[in-house]
Design a protein around this ligand. Structure first.
Ligand code: NOJ
Length: 757
C-alpha cells in the first residue's frame, strides 16, 4: 500500500526557494489577523480555493476509495498550491516530504495542515472513547487526549479529527464507540476535556494538535441506528441534546469542526446553512474552520440535494463548509462558480481566512516542520504513555454485577478456567479506529491474568468468534458452526473453581459502517456461555464491546459481569488488576444497556408521557406488553468492591432566578475497601413551556473514600444548569418547582426539591 512519497518529493523539480524573511506575513511579531491579510493579498483565486481543498494520502483509506483523483493529479495540484491539507499522511518522513512540496515548490509556500483520525490514541492506544467516558474522570480523559496528541504530533500530525461529540441513544449505531454516550451534559464535559487534552494550552507547542468536534450535526440520530442514514429530529432535540456538546467544544476553544454525512430534516448537514452559518459561525461566533466529512460534498448529489458536483460545491461553500475533504468539488468547480457570480468571493475569503488562522495558530508558518522531529518520533510508545493508557483503562471498567461477591478473585490456590476466543486476542481489544497502531499489540486478558501466578489458570477458547482475517475496512464473518472447542472448554469449566469468560464484540464490530440489528453476543458465544453455565455457574463474564449490548440471560444468571469495552493497548493488565482486586472499579455507564433491541432508543432522560404508570390495571399506558420499560442496566450504573450510602440531601428551597442553588449530600463508604464513587446529580423541571425530561444530569463529582470515611459533596446549580432551549434556540430559565435527585446512578430515588421564583 505504501507509496514512496519521499522519493516523489525528491524527484520533483524544485522551484526557487522563497526567502522567508522577505515575506511580511512570515513576521512572527505581527498579529495573526494582519499576517493573514498580508498573505491573502498575494493569493490568486485558485490559490485561495486550494487552501479549501484536502486530499487523502495513499497509506490509509478511511472512506470509500477516492474517485477521480489520481496520484499524479494530486501531486500536480499540490505543486500548484491547490492543496491546503492532507489526511492520512503520517510519519515524520512522509509528512516532511509532502510539506516540503507545499513549502518549497509552490508559489507562496503555504504549509499544509496534516490531519489524521487520532480517535483514542495514535500508536499507544487508550480505551475507545465510549469506554473512557465511563470513567467520568475528566482529568484522566484530558490526559489521555494529550498522550494521543503527543504521539500523533511526534509522527508529524497537526490536527486530529476528534473528538466525536455526537450524542446517540441508539446502540445499533456502531459509532457510539467513538463518542461519550447518550447524555448531553456528560457529553459536553467530556468534549471540553478532550479538546483541551488535544490542544493543550499552547497550540504552537510541537506536542499540541488542533482538535475537531464532529460530526456537525445530529449524525448520532440516524434512523434505525443505520450508519449514514437520514436524521429527522425536532428542534427540542437539536437544541437541547445534539448541539450542547458542540457548543462546549467551541467554548473549550476547539479550532475546527467537521460536518456530517447525514441529512438533517431534509438538508444535508454538509450543506446546512442554519447549522454552519447561523448557529456555529453566527450565534456561537466560532472563528475556526469547518471541514467536510469524507467526500460528503459530493454525496449531496447522491442525497438528491444538488444536481451535480458543481452545484454541490456552491451549496456547501455558501452553507459554510470551509474545506472539502476528498470530494474534489471545490478545487474543480469553485473558481468557475465565483467567476459566474454564483459564489461570492467573500465566501471564499472567509473560509480561507479561517483555515489560515488555524495554520498560523499551530505555528506552521513559523516552522512548517515543527511536528517533524525524528528524535521525538522515537518517543512514541514510551513507558510513560503505556502507564497513562493503563491508568485510563482501569478507570474505564464498569462492574455491572457482583452477586455473592464473586469478585475480586482470590489470588492463591484456586483453579481458574479462562474461556472465550476474545480472552487470548491481542488485536481485538485495540478497538476500532486505530489505523496508526500496530496489529496484535494489545495485552490480552490471558496475558494479563498470567501475571497473577498463585492460581492454576487453564485457557480454552471454546469457539472462534470470527472466521478469517479481520480488517478495519472489511465486514466480519462470524463462526456460527464450529463447536469443536466446546468439549475441552466444558471440561476445563467443570474442573475449575471459577470460570472467567471473555465474550462480546470483536474490536472491528463497532465503529464507522458497523451498525447492528441484534445486540446480543455474536457467533456461538451465547450458546457457549449457557453450556458452560450448566457445568459451572460460578462465572465471571468479562464483556468486550463498543456499544451497549442486550444480555438479559446473562444479567439474570451470571453472578459477576465486568464491562471491559475495548480498552486499548493495556487491556489485559487493566482487566486482570480489576479481577484480582488490585484495582477497585469505579466506572459508570455512559449509555443505558437495553433489555432487547426493541427498546432502542433507550435513554434515561425520557419524557414522562401522559401515561407513565399503570394506574387502572389495563393496557392503556406507555409500556411494552412483552418486556419491562426499564433498561437492563441504567445510565450511570456501576458497582464497586465496596458500598456507598447517601445521606442528608440538602437543597436551598426558595430560590430567586439568577441566584445559585446549593445542593449538598453526604456520601459514606460503608464497605471494607477504599473505593471511588461518581456522585451524580439530576434535576427535573416539573412544569415548563417546553416539557422537560424526567431526569437530566446536571452535575457529578468523583469522590475517593476510605472504608468508613464520609464526605460532603456540594453542587451549585446556576441558570446554566436550570434552563433549556426553546424550539427557536433561545435559552430560557423558567420559574417553578424543580426536583433534585442525587445518587450513584440515574435510577437514584434520593430526592428533594426547590422552587425557583
Ligand atoms: C469519515 C468519518 O465519518 C470521519 O469521522 C473521519 O474523520 C473521516 N472519514 C476521515 O477519516
Amino acid at each position: 500500500m505504501k507509496k514512496p512519497l519521499a522519493a516523489v518529493a525528491l524527484a520533483t523539480f524544485l522551484s526557487p526557494m522563497m526567502n522567508a524573511q522577505t515575506k511580511p506575513h512570515l513576521d512572527p511579531k505581527k498579529p495573526i489577523e494582519e499576517r493573514i491579510t498580508l498573505l491573502m493579498q498575494q493569493m490568486t483565486l485558485e490559490e485561495k480555493i486550494g487552501q479549501m481543498n484536502q486530499y487523502n494520502g495513499f497509506w490509509d483509506v478511511t472512506g470509500p476509495a477516492p474517485q477521480g483523483g489520481s496520484a499524479e493529479k494530486k501531486y500536480e495540484h499540490l505543486r500548484k498550491g491547490w492543496v491546503g491539507s492532507m489526511l492520512n499522511v503520517r510519519g515524520v518522513e512522509n509528512v516532511r516530504a509532502v510539506q516540503k512540496i507545499a513549502v518549497e515548490q509552490t508559489r507562496l509556500g503555504i504549509p499544509l495542515i496534516i490531519g489524521f483520525d487520532v480517535i483514542h490514541g495514535y500508536k499507544t492506544l487508550s480505551p475507545i472513547p465510549l469506554a473512557e467516558a465511563a470513567s467520568w474522570d475528566l482529568d484522566a480523559i484530558r490526559r489521555s487526549a494529550s498522550v494521543a496528541a503527543d504521539e500523533a504530533s511526534a509522527a508529524g500530525i497537526d490536527w486530529t479529527f476528534g473528538p466525536m461529540v455526537d450524542i446517540s441513544r441508539d446502540a445499533r449505531w456502531g459509532r457510539v464507540m467513538e463518542g461519550a454516550g447518550e447524555d448531553p451534559y456528560l457529553g459536553s464535559k467530556v468534549a471540553a476535556a478532550r479538546v483541551k487534552g488535544f490542544q493543550g494550552t499552547d497550540l504552537t507547542s510541537p506536542s499540541s494538535i488542533a482538535a475537531c468536534a464532529k460530526h456537525f450535526a445530529a449524525y448520532g440520530f440516524a434512523e434505525g441506528g443505520r450508519d449514514y442514514n437520514t436524521v429527522d429530529i425536532g428542534n427540542a432535540t437539536l437544541y437541547n441534546v445534539v448541539l450542547p456538546p458542540f457548543e462546549a467544544a467551541r467554548n473549550a476553544g476547539v479550532r475546527t469542526m467537521m460536518n456530517a454525512f447525514n441529512l438533517l430534516n431534509g438538508i444535508p448537514a454538509t450543506g446546512n446553512h442554519l447549522l454552519q452559518r447561523d448557529i456555529l459561525k453566527g450565534k456561537w461566533k466560532f472563528d475556526g474552520f469547518v471541514v467536510s466529512d469524507w467526500a460528503s460534498i459530493g454525496e449531496m448529489v447522491t442525497h438528491g440535494y444538488a444536481a451535480n458536483l458543481a452545484e454541490a460545491a456552491e451549496k456547501a461553500a455558501e452553507a459554510g463548509s470551509d474545506m472539502d475533504m476528498e470530494a474534489s468539488a471545490y478545487v474543480t468547480h469553485l473558481a468557475q462558480l465565483v467567476r459566474e457570480g454564483k459564489v461570492q468571493e467573500s465566501v471564499i475569503d472567509d473560509a480561507v481566512r479561517r483555515i489560515l488562522r488555524v495554520k498560523f495558530e499551530l505555528g506552521l508558518f513559523d516552522n512548517p516542520y515543527r511536528r517533524c522531529d525524528e528524535a521525538r518520533e522515537k518517543t512514541i510508545g514510551s513507558k510513560a504513555h503505556h502507564e497513562a493508557v493503563l491508568d485510563m483503562a482501569r478507570k474505564s471498567i464498569v462492574l455491572l454485577r457482583n452477586e455473592g461477591q464473586l469478585l475480586p478473585l482470590p489470588k492463591q490456590g484456586k483453579k481458574i478456567a479462562l474461556i472465550g476466543a476474545l480472552a487470548a486476542d491481542d488485536n481485538s481489544p485495540l478497538g476500532s479506529w486505530r489505523i496508526a497502531s500496530d496489529d496484535h499489540t494489545a495485552v490480552s486478558v490471558l496475558a494479563g491474568m498470567k501475571r497473577y501466578d498463585g492460581n492454576k489458570l487453564v485457557y480454552e477458547k471454546g469457539a472462534d468468534l470470527v472466521k478469517g482475517e479481520t480488517a478495519f475496512t472489511k465486514e466480519l464473518v462470524f463462526n456460527t458452526t464450529d463447536r469443536s472447542g466446546f468439549p475441552s472448554a466444558l471440561k476445563a469449566a467443570k474442573e475449575a473453581d471459577v470460570v472467567v469468560m471473555v465474550l462480546g464484540e470483536h474490536g472491528f464490530q463497532s465503529g464507522e459502517g458497523r451498525s447492528r440489528t441484534e445486540l446480543g453476543l455474536p457467533g456461538l458465544q451465547q450458546e457457549l456461555l449457557e453450556e458452560v453455565y450448566k457445568v459451572n455457574p460460578n462465572i465471571v463474564l468479562v464483556l468486550n464491546n463498543g456499544r451497549p449490548l442486550a444480555l438479559p440471560w446473562a444479567a439474570e444468571h451470571i453472578p459477576a459481569i465486568v464491562e471491559a469495552w475495548h480498552l486499548g493497548t493495556e487491556t489485559g493488565n487493566a482487566v486482570a488488576e480489576v479481577l484480582y482486586g488490585d484495582y477497585n472499579p469505579g466506572g459508570k455507564l455512559p449509555m443505558s444497556f437495553p433489555r432487547n433491541v426493541g427498546q432502542v432508543p433507550m435513554y434515561y432522560g425520557q419524557f414522562n408521557t401522559g401515561r407513565p404508570v399503570n394506574t387502572d390495571q389495563n393496557v392503556f399506558w406507555s409500556h411494552y406488553t412483552d418486556t419491562e420499560k426499564t433498561p437492563l442496566f441504567v445510565f450511570g450504573h456501576g458497582l464497586s468492591y465496596t458500598q456507598f450510602s447517601y445521606q442528608k440531601l440538602e437543597v436551598g428551597r426558595q430560590q430567586k432566578k439568577g441566584q445559585p442553588v446549593n445542593v449538598s449530600v453526604t456520601v459514606t463508604n460503608t464497605g471494607k475497601r477504599a473505593g471511588r464513587e461518581v456522585v451524580q446529580l439530576y434535576i427535573r423541571d416539573v412544569a415548563a413551556s417546553l416539557t422537560r425530561p424526567v431526569k437530566e444530569l446536571k452535575g457529578f463529582e468523583l469522590v475517593d473514600l476510605q472504608p468508613g470515611e464520609s464526605k460532603t459533596v456540594r453542587f451549585v446549580l446556576t441558570d446554566k444548569e436550570l434552563g433549556f432551549y426553546d424550539n427557536n434556540g433561545n435559552y430560557l430559565v423558567e420559574p417553578g418547582v424543580f426536583n433534585v435527585f442525587v445518587g450513584g446512578s440515574s435510577a437514584t430515588s434520593l430526592e428533594s426539591a426547590f422552587t425557583l421564583e
